[in-house]
Design a protein around this ligand. Structure first.
Ligand SMILES: Cc1cc2nc3c(=O)[nH]c(=O)nc-3n(C[C@H](O)[C@H](O)[C@H](O)COP(=O)(O)O)c2cc1C
Length: 333
C-alpha cells in the first residue's frame, strides 16, 4: 500500500482542499444551512444533494434552487444524476455556469425511481452508457470532475474497479466509493477492503465513504485503506462537530466533544442560516423536526421537540432552544 498522508491538504484536479474530510451528499439534509455548519466545523468540502440533470435542463425552478449556494460554504461540489449523455452534458454546463467549484456524477443512488430511469447505480451495469456520459461531461466542463459510486451490483466489487478505471481514463479527477452493493441499502457493513482495492487500481485520488460512525473511524479508514480523503454522511447529521474531532485526531490532538455552549451556538447559527436561505416561514417549519437532530443524547431531548412543534416565528424558536439548554445546564448534565 502507498503511504498515506493523514491530515494534509489534498488535490482534486486543480482544486486544493485544506484537509481530507468531505461532507457526503445527503438528499434533504445537505442543504445550505447544514453545509455551512459542516464547513465551520472544519470539513474541507461540501456536496449538494443530488440534482436531476433532466430537471436542470428542463429549467425546473425547484431543481435549479438546489444549486443555490452561499459563498461561505465554498469549495462546493454539485452532484448531478441522469442517464442520457447529452442531457448530462447540458446539465454539467449549467452547473459550471453557476460557479460551483467541482462537479460530481452520481453512480451510487439505488432508489427505485432513479434506477428505473437508468441513472445512479444503474449506470454501474451499463459500462458503454457510463463511458458516453463520462466523456460527454468531461468535454463539457473545465472544473474538476468526480464520480461517487457504490460497489456495483455484485459483492466482488469488480464493477467498481472497472468503473473507477474507466473514470480515470475519461479524465475524471477523483472517485468516491461507498462500498455497499446497490441492493444493499444501508444493511450489513461497508466493505472497506474495496476502498483499498480501488486505491491500488487507479492513480486519481480515492475518497472512502461508509460507516464512519465517529472520529476514530476516520483515522481507521485512512490507515486501513490508504484513501486520500474520507467522506462522512449519517454520523454528521446533527453532529457537524465530528469534523472538528476527526481533524484533531488526524493531527494527533485529543478530540474535544462539543460542550453545551458550542451546541447551542451551532443550533442558533443553523436557524439563522436557514432563515437567510429559505425565508422565515419555511425555515421555521423545517426546524421543527431538524433541531432535534442536534440534541440527540442530551437529557430530556424529546422536550425540545414538543416545545418547538407548534412555534411559528424565528424568535419563538430561538427562545425555545435557549430555554431547553438552560434546563439542561441547570440539571448539571
Ligand atoms: C438521507 C440520505 C440521503 C442521501 N442522499 C444522497 C445523495 O443525494 N447522493 C449520494 O450520492 N448519496 C446520498 N446518500 C448516501 C451518502 O452520501 C453516503 O454515501 C452514505 O450515507 C454512506 O455514508 P455514511 O455511512 O457516512 O452515512 C444519502 C444518504 C442518506 C442517509
Amino acid at each position: 500500500m502507498k503511504p498515506c498522508v493523514l491530515s494534509g491538504p489534498m488535490r482534486i484536479g486543480g482544486l486544493v482542499l485544506d484537509n481530507p474530510l468531505i461532507l457526503a451528499p445527503m438528499a434533504g439534509i445537505t442543504q445550505v444551512p447544514f453545509r455551512r455548519l459542516a464547513r465551520e466545523a472544519g470539513c474541507a468540502m461540501v456536496v449538494t444533494e443530488m440534482v436531476s440533470a433532466d430537471g436542470l435542463v428542463r429549467g425546473g425552478q425547484k431543481t435549479a434552487e438546489l444549486l443555490r449556494g452561499h459563498p461561505a460554504e465554498r469549495p462546493i461540489s454539485a452532484q448531478i444524476f441522469g442517464a442520457d449523455p447529452q442531457i448530462m452534458r447540458e446539465a454539467a454546463r449549467i452547473v459550471q455556469d453557476q460557479g460551483v467549484d467541482l462537479l460530481d456524477i452520481n453512480l451510487g443512488c439505488s432508489v427505485r425511481k432513479v434506477i428505473r430511469r437508468g441513472a445512479g447505480a444503474a449506470l454501474m451495469r451499463e459500462p458503454q452508457r457510463l463511458e458516453a456520459i463520462l466523456k460527454a461531461v468531461r468535454a463539457a466542463v473545465t472544473i474538476p470532475l468526480t464520480v461517487k459510486m457504490r460497489s456495483g451490483w455484485h459483492p466482488s466489487g469488480d464493477q467498481a474497479v472497472k468503473a473507477a478505471r474507466m473514470a480515470e481514463d475519461c479524465g475524471v479527477d477523483a472517485v468516491a466509493i461507498h462500498p455497499r452493493v446497490a441492493i444493499q441499502g444501508f444493511g450489513g457493513n461497508a466493505d472497506w477492503s474495496l476502498i483499498a482495492r480501488l486505491k491500488e487500481s487507479v492513480s486519481i485520488p480515492v475518497v472512502g465513504n461508509g460507516d464512519v460512525r465517529g472520529p476514530d473511524d476516520v483515522l481507521m479508514m485512512k490507515r486501513q485503506t490508504g484513501c486520500d480523503a474520507v467522506m462522512i454522511g449519517r454520523a454528521s447529521i446533527g453532529n457537524p462537530w465530528i469534523f472538528a474531532q476527526a481533524l484533531d485526531l488526524l493531527r494527533s490532538k485529543h478530540p474535544q466533544s462539543p460542550d453545551l455552549s458550542t451546541r447551542l451556538q451551532g443550533i442558533l447559527r443553523y436557524i439563522d442560516y436557514a432563515v437567510g436561505h429559505f425565508g422565515e416561514t419555511q425555515a421555521v417549519r423545517m426546524m421543527r423536526s431538524r433541531l432535534c437532530w442536534f440534541v440527540k443524547g442530551l437529557p430530556r431531548c424529546s422536550r425540545l421537540r414538543v416545545a418547538i412543534s407548534r412555534l411559528k416565528s424565528r424568535q419563538e424558536m430561538e427562545d425555545g432552544v435557549r430555554a431547553y439548554f438552560e434546563m439542561v445546564d441547570s440539571t448539571g448534565s
